[in-house]
Design a binder for this molecule. Structure first.
Ligand code: CAA
Length: 381
């Protein structure tokens, strides 16, 4: 077993860190306040080779695995969870098409996203279909060499700036077997943005309602076969959960850094508060949980990169790393006292960012369901 970062992982960390701390950090607080997303940052990340890390070089990616991808996602999340999620969500259509797309679809859609020249989105949820993803109602009816799509999707991250949206719709009967996946291009007639959600945090990352009114999608944009859509969505979410876990690592690391610095600088009772055992115990618990989460995330990434089953490992990593991020950011706010609750320090933002990580790409209750189903079948631990 080797815990040392490879030269490539170190290079990725330095490259991402430099861009995030210089460019994104300069605007993140104001943009978070204004709700401004900057697609130019995705283009710049793309020109650094950071928006297509896990897809093959043949399609413009870096041809590296998730063990590398999580390094970049974590570094971005230390500065902005919103841009980390933007890169992860732009990765989803690339990862799906790499595995399930036709050669023509791969060549047409992956290179632009991998180069950061376009933003991607993944649209599964609806008003009455969240955790119960198989109950979605948006329909896609075959009409000659097109499908006609009708319905309303919810919670689609960055749909308003996306060039390519991977959308799940019903082509058959009820349940998971009736679902198919389609590639939708920006500007397709009948595709429009509904409301933009007003959220607790992550204002840079726009969460959109998508309205589909007789949208004609070429049959060539069906991914795989009719009825494959649920399996495609689930396998994409398995991979996506590793990246969300990595976002949790980044947010928690940033919070711990602020808390540890504050504990050295803040004097009370004639000495730095970090010399009080109560504060040291808090910092110790935060550091242990962060390390444990990192190991779970790295293991899930290793399993994926080595073509081993990783669905449960990804669920464990997502569950633990995002619960850890919630706990560490909450403790960071507490450790800073009144200051932690103000916008003079970033920890209140980190706390709001951590909260959504427990919800996206499957709530942590759904992760427990996935893990619990496997534990139920396991005889030896
Ligand atoms: N990989 C491949 N196939 C899978 C799978 C996986 N991980 N999980 C299930 N399947 C297959 C099953 O094998 C089964 O196929 P067969 O019948 O051929 O065996 C089929 O899918 C149905 O499986 P289940 O009976 O397990 O399905 P279910 O209805 O019980 O649902 C669930 C399982 C885990 C609860 C699933 O619905 C789920 O993950 N829900 C959460 C949805 C979610 O994560 N939403 C987030 C959306 S994206 C987002 O957050 C925002 C964004 O912008 C990215």
């Amino acid at each position: 077993m080797n815990f040392e970062a490879t030269p490539m992982q170190q290079e990725l960390r330095e490259l991402t860190r430099k861009f995030a701390r210089k460019t994104i950090a300069a605007t993140v607080e104001q943009d978070e306040h204004d709700g401004t997303f900057r697609p130019e940052y995705i283009r710049e990340l793309g020109s650094l080779g950071l928006t297509g890390i896990p897809v093959p070089e043949a399609y413009g990616g870096a041809g590296l695995g998730y063990q590398h991808y999580i390094v970049t996602i974590e570094e971005l999340a230390r500065v902005s969870a919103a841009y980390a999620i933007s890169v992860a969500v732009t990765g989803l259509p690339q990862v799906i098409l790499s595995s399930f797309g036709s050669e023509e679809q791969k060549q047409k859609y992956i290179p632009k996203l991998a180069a950061g020249e376009g933003v991607g989105a993944f649209s599964l949820s609806e008003a009455s279909s969240g955790s119960d993803a198989a109950s979605l109602r948006t329909t896609a009816r075959r009409d000659g060499d097109h499908y006609v799509v009708n319905g309303t999707k919810l919670w689609t991250t960055q749909a308003d700036s996306s060039d390519v949206i991977l959308l799940m719709a019903r082509t058959g009967g009820p349940g998971p077997k009736g679902i198919s996946t389609f590639i939708l291009e920006k500007g397709t007639p009948g595709l429009s943005m509904g409301k933009r959600e007003k959220k607790m945090g992550m204002h840079i990352s726009h969460t959109m309602e998508l309205v589909l009114n007789d949208v004609r999608v070429p049959a060539a944009n069906l991914v795989g076969n009719e009825g494959d859509g649920f399996t495609i969505a689930m396998s994409a979410l398995d991979s996506g959960r590793i990246t969300i876990a990595a976002v949790g690592l980044g947010v928690a690391s940033a919070a711990l850094e602020v808390a540890a610095n504050h504990s050295r600088e803040r004097q009370q009772f004639g000495k730095p508060i970090g010399e009080q055992q109560g504060i040291q115990f808090m910092l110790a618990d935060m550091a242990v949980k962060l390390d444990a989460a990192r190991l779970l995330v790295q293991r899930a990434a290793w399993l994926k990169d080595n073509d081993q089953p990783f669905s449960t490992a990804a669920a464990k990593a997502k569950l633990y790393a995002t619960d850890m991020a919630m706990s560490v950011t909450t403790d960071a706010v507490q450790l800073l006292g009144g200051s932690g609750y103000t916008q003079d320090f970033p920890v209140e933002r980190y706390m709001r960012e951590a909260k959504v990580l427990q919800i996206v790409e499957g709530t942590n209750q759904i992760q427990r369901m996935v893990i619990g189903r496997e534990v139920h079948q396991t005889r030896e631990f």
